[in-house]
Write a protein that binds this ligand. Sequence first.
Ligand SMILES: [Zn+2]
Length: 112
Amino acid sequence: MYFTFPQSWIAPAIAAAAIQFGPPLNSSQDAHVQVKYRSLPGQALGGFKYWDTILIDRKPRREWPKWKAQCVLVHEYGHLTGENHARRRSSIMHRLLVKETCARWRRVHGLT
Ligand SMILES: [Zn+2]
């Protein structure tokens, strides 16, 4: 069995990401973004497809902490809007999840 994110984690993360990044490339509405759980290659925590779907790795694992789940959702949402990876580790679009960057983004964007 794999852990699925509560809707109460997903909705505010997507809403905050939409304020920063704007709508997904295929849509004017962030409400259409779906979250699906798949076995992703390697160490990947997340991915995306079709400009409207966020993929979350579903290898059996312990429960994700909320901060990590929301940071992966925000990062993948960024890709749905056409964002590429950023070089700066202080960017939420850095290719690696950086705990301090996540914490700052969550604080600045009012995620709790
Ligand atoms: Zn990425």
